[in-house]
Design a protein around this ligand. Structure first.
Ligand code: HAM
Length: 422
């Protein structure tokens, strides 16, 4: 019997995992540095949690199933709904603002291609209960800060505001959601159909022109003129966000205002943003977020909520495209017994090095010294520790630098220290 993995999923080998862990740890480090705390929520949730407010884009892509008890469940397509469920149920007694992050796999039934999978990794951060402006700026700064911590040079945030679009669309929430969905997909045929159905075909032209506007603060005035005075607060807010970002050391070169940022999820209400790695081509959007309303939908009191998610898979691809990764290093020390009789002492030395916090390994196959050295080189070990009878009599071992080929004798008591020096 042979099996293939399900379409849209991946097996990640050691080199892949090193890159994914690097990206995740850059996020964890940056988020902790910003005062965020880690939480964890389940990988599957009640189906309704995601159908309540995520919008047609996400609902169509859910992995939904019934469990043996007949409950309707779904694999999480994202973290935000779970975190807000957790907040309303338990976290709301914590001092505000609540700043939390988590990361792990999410699932969407999408058409797979490079950078778009059915199982993918997300890094998510949320701020609940702060004032809107500083919270939105903090979320954006963490998203950009994470990309910087990964070492990415090409960072482009596109910042918009749903307030102006919502003010411009004279429809109830469900119809607004359908029009916004068409705009998010830039599907103008769908947009024309929806506006026709709603009896407002004349809105199509200004809307298409609006979502095409992007650039520096100058586009805010253009957009304002186009909307004839509607959504004035949203424009003022975007201007203020630019000022906030400047204090965070985020220059205008790293972002633009983009009236076309609509977002694929239904719960956004205010500032919205997307983050691009321009080097990635089609799936260049590495992250997205903004201010939203979910706590109320889940039975909580109104409170400001903002956050973002970055895609692990795309961040890895982007860092690869920028040449960020070299080959991953092997162990610090590979122990090579010279002759079978030395094996027992070699394992003791191995154990001492491991206890000293070094990464150390030894042959499990029964190879001779020269094959062992081949293996140590092939797996990019930093040093080989040669355990020979003659040297051991003087409480010494041979330490070979596998980069330079240079070899010297080192007293056993100093071995860990010598290896650590590198
Ligand atoms: P999203 O824009 O749907 O936002 O997803 C965020 C990021 O997850 C995307 O920019 C992308 O990098 C990654 N992503 C999404 N789908 C896939 C996929 N099929 N394959 C690979 N990567 C993917 C959210 O999920 C919101 N919950 C963000 C948020 C948090 N808003 C407020 N708080």
């Amino acid at each position: 019997m042979t099996f293939e993995r399900p379409r849209g999923t991946n097996d990640w080998g050691p080199e892949d995992m090193a890159k994914r862990r690097f990206v995740e740890s850059a996020f964890v480090r940056t988020a902790e540095g910003f005062g965020f705390r880690e939480i964890q929520t389940p990988i599957f949730e009640p189906l309704e949690l995601f159908t309540a407010k995520s919008g047609p884009g996400v609902v169509d892509e859910l992995y939904a199933f019934k469990d043996k008890g007949g409950r309707d469940l779904a694999l999480r397509p994202e973290f935000t709904a779970s975190i807000l469920r957790f907040y309303v149920g338990e976290l709301r007694s914590l001092p505000k603002p609540i700043k939390v992050y988590c990361y792990g796999p999410a699932f969407r039934y999408e058409e797979p291609q490079k950078g778009r999978y059915r199982e993918f990794g997300q890094l998510d951060a949320e701020i609940i209960g702060g004032a809107a402006l500083p919270s939105d700026a903090e979320a954006l700064a963490l998203a950009i800060g994470t990309m910087r911590a990964i070492g990415l040079k090409q960072i482009r945030a596109r910042i918009g505001h749903l307030g102006m679009l919502r003010a411009f669309l004279p429809f109830g929430p469900a119809d607004q959601a359908r029009v916004l969905h068409a705009l998010d997909k830039k599907n103008f045929e769908m947009l024309d159909d929806e506006l026709q159905r709603l009896g407002k075909p004349e809105l199509a032209e200004p809307l298409k022109r609006l979502v095409a506007l992007h650039g520096d603060a100058g586009v805010l005035q253009e957009a304002k003129d186009l909307l004839g005075g509607k959504g004035a607060e949203a424009f003022a807010y975007l201007g203020q966000i630019g000022d906030e970002l400047a204090h965070y050391g985020i220059p205008p070169a790293e972002y633009e205002f983009d009236m076309g940022v609509v977002r694929g999820l239904d719960y956004y209400t205010g500032l919205v943003f997307e983050l691009d790695s321009p080097n990635l081509g089609a799936e260049k959007q590495v992250g997205g977020g903004g201010a939203y309303v979910l706590a109320e939908v889940f039975g909580g009191e109104p409170v400001a909520q903002t956050g973002f998610a970055l895609g692990v898979d795309r961040l890895v691809l982007s860092a690869e495209a920028e040449g960020r990764f070299g080959p991953t290093p092997g162990v610090d020390a590979y122990i090579v017994p010279i002759g079978d009789a030395m094996r027992a002492r070699a394992v003791e030395i191995l154990t001492t090095l491991r206890a000293a916090g070094l990464r150390a390994d030894i042959d499990l196959v029964g190879r001779g010294p020269s094959k062992n050295l081949d293996y140590a080189n092939a797996t990019r070990a930093r040093y080989a520790v040669l355990v020979g009878e003659r040297e051991l009599k003087g409480e010494k071992v041979g330490l070979r630098d596998l980069k330079t080929g240079e070899q010297r004798e080192v007293p056993l008591g100093l071995l860990a220290e010598e290896i650590r020096k590198a």
